[in-house]
Design a protein around this ligand. Structure first.
Ligand code: ADP
Ligand code: MG
Length: 701
């Protein structure tokens, strides 16, 4: 007799065979016994509940009723016939209907004997009926060992069409349990099981597929969700520990003359407490002999640039070079200009490197980098080209990381023998639970406070039919000397439709805001970079009052006098995009406004998005709503992580379990980093097994 284990191919399982095995592989990704075992139901039907006929409601869920058939008739219809049975309990009557197999079924039905029927009901002509009920005599029903909660497995159309029904899948899993004789090894340590009062792995697997009660089902779900999160966290945290232990970093021992001079004499404002806190975290990292790999989150306008600058000064004071990389030329230029202005009077050499820097100047930059003459290099991805070599790059700072791919970022690592410290700055707030699972191996700092004196951007939702009053409002603001953005969605660069919207909008604005009183800039993706730049500059200099643009308005551009943001077809934007766009205004002293224009036709999700924007400007709250609406799979960065492959846990719904799992993983690794203790042997074995299939654990940083 063959011996089966969890790595056995699924085609050897009783009831599967080659063609079903193919289906399981292609439709559900189930290749082995183990895959099937870990294929969990996505819901359960409660078969502990019985309804009376007079309790039936007009909805679509399955019900279970006890009663008797009182009469049967065959009704002729256009094609063939249907079988109709009258079914009654002490509270009323209903109909059972069969459209197929009428002849055979009629012979098996028993009159006036109690049955348990199960299925979905429909309501027609003031009568409930149940087509093709599952039915069983009460006498057999009582004798059968059954699970109260019936599992329902995820399925696909193809599986259903090929007859691989829920019952069949459930049957396969039953066969699997028989073959393996319900003997699955434990994967957690006795002390974790004890502390969390978990049920055993064996019981959890059994009850997730064949729950004996609601209570055991809940325990099984908890245990398996915990375990799933726990092993992900173990991997992430181990990676972090290993990195800190193995990858030595430059030690920035001191805070020196440049930092102190700047801090005391040049800094134009007091740092917020949040900025101070983050700076302390960074200083601790860069002075620890280990390489820093830190993610700095801070909402738009929270003042990340100054933190970046102070960090670079620490590097320079310790004899190192610093690099700051931005996703676009405009942003890089803006960083360059503002940092040059801030550092005026200090003996620090700064250069800008972008795609449009001429070869001659480029050569000079390359040479000065290699000789060490240059202290700070600011630029776009031109900065990571192989030709760009540093004498001693100590820190690389990346602004707005979501525009960069993982591969690009890792290129910065290779700019030195020892990898430089890495600080990644993002203005896209990441909900805590998501950050834990996606960036769990990075250190995370948060600037959760805006500089004082900022006025919240007043946000309103207006329908297209209110356009005239919106125009009137814009005129009033322009009259006061303000500037206005009008943004159109550009979902797809090649969509002719989107450009038509933009050009139509531009025309109607041009009609309403005529020269010479008004000057309008327009910027979109089909323009040449030089023309774009020219139009941007006209707006930045205040020569134009209105900027009509597609979403190419660069993330992070700072134009304090622009205080009104009109977003057209706002329902077509995602929440984080809306939040980013709104962040373009509210940067000056004036009251700023954001107007979300939409048509009347709005999906319920769109309504939630718009309402959220009107109600709050807290980027983290907005990110939480976004996560709930879209799930982790669509949020930035998650594509590379294990959170997409979760089998049972859900980072939104099970966030408490996630936190517990993370804490347990941290505790465990703090006490026993290499899982050497015999008490942790089971965890170690399971961990090794999981790490073997480690393709999902790509390196984020
Ligand atoms: P972001 O985090 O979006 O990159 P910036 O670094 O561009 O934000 O800062 C936004 C604006 O706030 C800048 O004009 C900057 O000079 C100003 N700022 C930053 N920190 C402070 C502070 N502590 N007090 C007052 N203004 C500040
Ligand atoms: Mg910025």
């Amino acid at each position: 007799m063959p011996v089966y284990n969890l790595n056995t191919s699924i085609s050897y399982l009783k009831g599967v065979g080659p063609s079903r095995a193919d289906l399981l592989r292609s439709e559900l990704g189930i290749h082995t016994f183990g895959d099937l075992l870990n294929f969990f139901p996505n819901r359960y039907i409660d078969r502990t509940q019985f309804l009376k006929i007079n309790q039936l409601q007009q909805n679509t869920s399955e019900v279970q009723i006890i009663g008797k058939i009182t009469s049967i008739k065959t009704v002729q219809q256009k094609r063939g016939s249907r079988l109709v049975a009258t079914f009654a309990d002490e509270t009323g009557t209903m109909e059972l209907v069969w459209f197929r197999g009428a002849k055979w079924i009629k012979e098996t039905l028993k009159i006036n004997i109690p049955y348990v029927i199960f299925g979905k009901t429909t309501y027609f002509n003031r009568l409930f009926s149940m087509p093709h009920p599952e039915m069983e005599l009460v006498s057999t029903y009582k004798n059968k060992l059954r699970t109260a909660m019936q599992p329902v497995y995820p399925s696909t159309e193809k599986l259903t069409n090929k007859g691989v029904s829920n019952k069949i899948v459930s049957g396969m899993i039953q066969n699997l349990f028989e073959e393996i004789r319900s003997n699955f090894s434990e994967t957690l340590s006795p002390s974790i099981i004890e502390k969390l009062k978990l049920i055993s792995k064996n019981d959890a697997l059994f009850n997730i597929h064949f729950p004996k009660s609601q209570e055991l089902l809940s325990k099984a779900q908890y245990r398996l969700k915990f375990e799933e999160f726990f092993f992900i966290q173990l991997q992430l945290i181990r990676k972090k520990i290993v990195r800190k232990a193995k990858i030595k970093g430059f030690n920035f021992e001191k805070v020196g003359a440049n930092f102190n001079d700047f801090y005391k004499n040049k800094l134009p404002f007091d740092l917020t407490n949040a900025q101070k806190k983050v700076l302390k975290e960074i200083r601790k990292d860069v002075g620890s002999n280990a390489q820093m790999n830190r993610l700095l989150q801070g909402d738009v306008g929270s003042g990340k640039t100054i933190v970046a600058l102070l960090t670079m000064l620490i590097a320079i004071d310790n004899g190192f070079q610093a690099a700051l990389m931005a996703p676009t030329e405009i942003l890089a230029t803006q960083h360059y200009n503002s940092i040059v202005a801030l550092l005026k009077g200090l003996n620090i050499s700064i250069k800008l490197l972008t795609g449009s820097v001429k070869t001659k100047e480029r050569r000079i930059i390359h040479a000065e980098l290699e000789s060490g003459k240059l202290d700070i290099l600011i630029g776009t991805h031109a900065l990571i080209e192989d030709k760009v070599q540093f004498k001693n790059l100590g820190i690389a700072i990346i602004d707005e990381q979501h525009r960069f791919g993982v591969a690009q970022r890792s290129k910065l690592w290779e700019k030195n023998e020892l990898p430089p410290h890495i600080l990644v700055m993002t203005a896209t707030p990441i909900p805590r639970t998501l950050a834990m699972s996606v960036y769990g191996d990075l250190d995370i700092s948060v600037i959760d406070e805006l500089p004082p004196g900022r006025k919240e951007v007043k946000t309103a939702h207006r329908y297209d039919s209110n356009r005239l009053s919106v125009f009137k409002f814009l005129k009033e603001e322009i009259e006061k000397g303000r500037q206005v953005y009008v943004v159109y969605p550009l979902i797809n660069e090649s969509e002719a439709m989107d450009y038509k919207d933009l050009m139509d909008g531009f025309e109607s604005i041009s009609r309403e805001f005529q020269k010479p009183d008004y000057q309008i800039s327009i910027v979109h993706g089909k323009m040449k970079p030089a023309d774009k730049e020219y139009e941007m500059q006209r707006f930045i200099k205040g020569e134009t009052q209105i900027m009509v643009a597609t979403t190419v308005i660069e993330v992070g551009v700072n134009i304090p006098n622009a205080s009104v943001m009109v977003i057209e077809s706002a329902e077509r934007f995602g929440l984080s995009q809306l939040h980013q766009l709104r962040g373009r205004v509210g940067r000056g002293a004036e009251q700023s406004f954001c107007i979300l224009m939409t048509s009347f036709k709005l999906s319920s999700d769109a309504k939630v998005r718009l309402q959220t924007m009107v109600n709050t400007s807290d980027g983290f709250k907005i990110a939480e709503v976004d996560l709930k609406l879209r799930g982790p799979g669509n949020l930035m960065g998650t594509q590379q992580s294990g959170v997409l492959n979760l089998k049972i846990a859900d980072i939104v719904r099970d966030s408490q379990i996630l936190k517990t799992a993370r804490n347990f993983a941290i505790d465990l690794l703090t006490q026993d980093a290499t899982l050497r203790a015999s008490e942790n042997n089971l965890i170690k074995l399971a961990y090794q097994e999981i790490s073997k299939n480690s393709t999902i654990w790509s390196n984020i940083s």
